[in-house]
Design a protein around this ligand. Structure first.
Ligand code: HEM
Length: 343
């Protein structure tokens, strides 16, 4: 996301400060998860303004430090990016490299009504949103994918079989028509985003008209409403046996077109409407590419010494990968071992 957003890599494998910034993203999620679920907070300007102080009351000193570290890293990258934009002048080569990142579009966006550009503080808020929304979510989806593939060797084998039937080498796997033709890969990803969606909690919306009617209830204006995505994704009216990881539930030929249509209507890992995820296509591209390339050429097995650490079994039969709701899900593990195999 560093390169995509600001044209500068996080270098997180080399820079120790950046390793802590990952913990910082988790701390940011925890912080936002609490604020978003406190109605009094959103409507009270004073509480909102003093939130940096409240953090000290609610979080551990380490969490606050990690959070500050994350802010410093993102603000530093965004500030350098803004400076590069202004200093590039008429140098076409520099300008064309800047044209390709997400911040280019944010910097050049204008309010359609007033024609005004974003202020510096708005730009920094966009930078924080981009990094938070675009990193941890996809990383969680990948962790969940590897958990379910590691624990379901027959699904893993079927997926690898599909990839090897379509591609001759790992290098050949790029985002394009051939990858899009991998229907089983698509179903695995849909099922992962259903069963362990990286954003599983309530995303509050406010009613804007008098006596808004939802599910037979009449709600007055300015009522906060929401249903956790996790609850919708585990409703057996749409997803029979909802705690079972079953990519075939997305296959017309196995469960019938009616069942797939009902499931599709309730599937909302990226939300719907005007505030839905703007990074949906990017996220799906990242998931398709990363999974395809790793599965194509790696064996995966569970680290038996730690296997139960990461599970939760709700229906008594199908253990799920545990995701804790704090806006973006917090996960631990999974603990897996990967081995490169000859292709
Ligand atoms: C599997 C990965 C992802 C999932 C499950 C996901 C899910 C979501 C959800 C549910 C929302 C709506 C939040 C709300 O209603 O308050 C959202 C918003 C957003 N997402 Fe994603 N996201 C993912 C990846 C990404 C990526 C890669 C980006 C890249 C930039 C991104 C950028 C955003 C942004 C900017 C918003 C805020 C949109 C707005 O408020 O207008 N997301 N995401």
């Amino acid at each position: 996301m560093g390169a995509l957003s600001f044209g500068e890599s996080f270098n997180s494998l080399e820079d120790a400060k950046l390793v802590n910034a990952v913990d910082g993203i988790m701390a940011a999620g925890k912080s936002m998860g609490i604020w978003l679920n406190l109605p009094a907070f959103g409507k009270n300007q004073i509480l909102f303004k003093i939130r940096p102080f409240l953090r000290w009351l609610i979080f551990s000193a380490q969490d606050v430090k990690n959070f500050q570290n994350y802010l410093d890293v993102v603000v530093g990258m965004a500030t350098r990016r803004i400076e590069r934009e202004h200093s590039s002048g008429r140098d076409e080569k520099v300008q064309s490299s800047l044209d390709k990142d997400i911040f280019h579009y944010i910097l050049h966006s204008k309010d359609p009504e007033t024609g005004e550009s974003l202020t510096t503080s708005e730009l920094l808020a966009e930078a924080r949103a981009c990094v938070f929304a675009g990193t941890d979510t996809t990383a969680t989806a990948l962790a969940c994918s590897f958990y379910y593939l590691g624990y379901n060797p027959e699904i893993l084998a079927k997926l690898r079989g599909e990839l090897r039937a379509i591609f001759a080498s790992e290098e050949e796997i790029i985002y394009g028509p051939k990858l899009k033709a991998c229907m089983y890969l698509k179903r695995v990803i849909e099922e992962v985003l259903r069963i362990s969606n990286p954003v599983g909690g309530i995303l509050w919306r406010e009613t804007t008209t008098e006596y808004y009617c939802i599910g037979g209830y009449r709600l007055p204006k300015e009522t906060d409403v929401g249903v956790p995505i996790y609850a919708i994704h585990h409703n057996s009216d749409y997803f029979p046996n909802p705690h079972e990881f079953n990519p075939d539930r997305w296959d017309d030929a196995v469960v019938g077109a009616e069942s797939v249509t009902a499931a599709r209507k309730a599937w909302m890992p990226f939300q719907y409407g005007s505030r839905a995820c703007t990074g949906r296509s990017l996220a799906l591209m990242e998931l398709n590419l990363t999974l395809a390339r790793i599965i194509f050429s790696h064996e995966i097995r569970i680290d038996q010494s730690r296997r139960t650490d990461v599970q939760v079994c709700i229906d008594g039969a199908n253990p799920e990968f545990e995701t804790k709701d704090q806006l973006a899900a917090e996960t631990v593990g999974p603990y897996l071992q990967f081995r490169k195999v000859a292709t």
